[in-house]
Design a protein around this ligand. Structure first.
Ligand SMILES: C[S@@+](CC[C@H](N)C(=O)[O-])C[C@H]1O[C@@H](n2cnc3c(N)ncnc32)[C@H](O)[C@@H]1O
Length: 225
C-alpha cells in the first residue's frame, strides 16, 4: 500500500451501530473490524469498556504520516461530496459542513488513540484476504466501506477469499454497503450470495436504518450454520 494512493476517511460508532444494525448483544460480542482505517469505532467502543480489534494495512504507517495524508486529502473529499451532493441522502448528516465535522471528529479520536491502541494490539497492520488470527477467535467480523465498495478494483475471487477468511476467524460476517463507488449495486453481490449459500452458509440481505450513499441502506449477513 502506498500512502499517497490512500484517501483516509473514518466513520463513528453511531454510524457503525446503524450500518450494521448492532444491538446491545452484538455490541458485547468479540468484534473484528476489517478495513477500519481512521474510524473512531474502535476507540469509542473502548470508551464503553468493549474491546474491538481493527485491522487495516494503513496501520503500517505512523500517526504523523496518516495525519498528514488526512490533511492533504480532506478538503478535496469534501469538495467532491459537495459537487456530487445528489448522490447522498442528507438526513442523518444534514449538509457537507456536518459531514466534514463528523468525519474529522471521528478521525481525530482515532489519531489520538492510534499509538496507544497499536501497542495494545487493538489496531493491527494486516490486509484481507489474510488475517493473523486463529480459527473462530471472533463472534463477528465487519467490513464497512471496503468489500463491495471497491468492486471495480477488487475481483470476485478477492471477495470470495476475503469472506472465506473472515468466516474462518469469526462466526458471522456483516458487510455494508452493497454498493460500489458509482452508487450502483456491486457486481459481486449476487455471486457472493450464491457461492456462500452453496457453502451452506446462511446468507441474508437486510435493510438498515442508515442511508448516506443514495440506495446504500442494506447489509449482507453471512453466518455459519
Ligand atoms: C473507505 S475506508 C473505510 C474505513 C472504515 N471502515 C469506515 O467505514 O469508516 C476503506 C479502508 O479499507 C482499507 N483497506 C485497503 N485495502 C485493504 C485490505 N486488503 N484489507 C483490509 N482493509 C483494506 C483502507 O486502508 C481503508 O482504510
Amino acid at each position: 500500500m502506498q500512502l499517497k494512493e490512500v484517501v483516509p476517511l473514518g466513520r463513528t460508532l453511531t454510524e457503525y451501530t446503524a450500518m450494521f444494525s448492532l444491538n446491545k448483544a452484538d455490541l458485547n460480542k468479540n468484534i473484528l473490524d476489517c478495513g477500519g482505517g481512521p474510524s473512531s469505532f474502535n476507540y469509542e467502543m473502548k470508551m464503553q469498556n468493549k474491546e474491538v480489534i481493527t485491522i487495516d494495512p494503513l496501520y503500517q504507517f505512523s500517526k504523523e504520516d496518516i495525519e498528514k495524508r488526512i490533511g492533504e486529502t480532506f478538503d478535496d473529499v469534501m469538495a467532491q461530496a459537495k459537487s456530487n451532493k445528489d448522490d447522498y441522502i442528507w438526513k442523518n448528516i444534514k449538509n457537507v459542513e456536518e459531514l466534514a465535522e463528523t468525519r474529522m471528529t471521528s478521525m481525530k479520536l482515532f489519531l489520538n488513540d492510534f499509538e496507544t491502541g497499536r501497542n495494545e494490539k487493538h489496531y493491527i497492520n494486516a490486509a484481507l484476504p489474510y488475517l493473523p488470527f486463529k480459527n473462530e477467535e471472533f463472534d463477528l467480523a465487519l467490513s464497512s466501506h471496503f468489500l463491495f465498495l471497491y468492486s471495480d478494483m477488487l475481483s470476485l475471487d478477492f471477495h470470495i477469499s476475503a469472506v472465506d477468511e473472515m468466516l474462518r476467524v469469526a462466526h458471522e460476517v456483516r458487510i455494508f454497503p452493497l454498493l460500489d463507488l458509482n452508487t450502483d449495486k456491486s457486481c459481486h453481490v449476487e455471486e457472493i450470495i450464491k457461492i456462500f449459500k452453496e457453502k451452506e452458509m446462511q446468507v441474508s440481505i437486510e435493510t438498515v436504518d442508515y442511508e448516506f450513499q443514495r440506495g446504500g441502506n442494506q447489509l449482507m449477513r453471512i453466518c455459519k450454520n
